[in-house]
Design a protein around this ligand. Sequence first.
Ligand SMILES: CC(C)(COP(=O)(O)OP(=O)(O)OC[C@H]1O[C@@H](n2cnc3c(N)ncnc32)[C@H](O)[C@@H]1OP(=O)(O)O)[C@@H](O)C(=O)NCCC(=O)NCCS
Length: 196
Amino acid sequence: MAKIRRRGVAIVESKKGILVVSTNGKKFMLPGGGAKIFESRKKAAIRELYEETGLKIKSIKYFFSYVGKKWHNHRRKLIKNNTKVFLVAEHGEKVIGTASIELEKWRRNHFGKFGIAIIDGYRGMGLGKYLMSEIIKLARKELKPRPKMIQLEVYVNNKIAIKFYNKMGFKTVAKVPRQIQYKGKLIDEFIMILYI
Ligand SMILES: CC(C)(COP(=O)(O)OP(=O)(O)OC[C@H]1O[C@@H](n2cnc3c(N)ncnc32)[C@H](O)[C@@H]1OP(=O)(O)O)[C@@H](O)C(=O)NCCC(=O)NCCS
């Protein structure tokens, strides 16, 4: 599954200027850090600011974000990146699901790697199906070149995901032995593809 590193960074303006932090007195940076799994970037910025400076947020405003090679404006306009599309489903402040398609490179750039995850408690209610159809629409519209198919790898013992992918039209094209270390065992993986 495609992995994305999410960071939340706080810009704190004071009379003396923009607040920066340092661990060694030589290198200075904006307070912030990596978001924990299922923590929003906003929450990460608030937590990191407190951990690094002791400052507590009274009010906060979304400014901009940078994903892949593109910036998002303050209206949270869609991620625009020629090689990757990424969708986040939120319930209130909580991230409850993600889906992504990232184009492969060079002679493989006719297909994209697909990834999806819905958090426990939000599964089995159609969110996976919805995110998948939306991310495919987005990939067709935004990715250059437009992908002809999407591909994924799934553990052979992930019965629910396999059922989900089959239902969504994916076909298993290969089984790769001993790909994943899982609870002291080596697990095989299926490679599945869907023409889009
Ligand atoms: C796999 C996953 C993305 C499915 O998302 P979801 O939102 O739970 O799925 P949906 O509710 O949209 O269900 C769509 C179809 O998937 C299948 N499905 C979903 N949950 C299922 C379950 N518990 N048992 C059997 N089939 C299931 C069904 O065919 C369902 O269609 P139906 O409702 O018409 O029967 C989700 O379970 C998940 O994130 N799992 C953990 C992470 C993971 O395994 N990711 C894949 C790694 S390769």
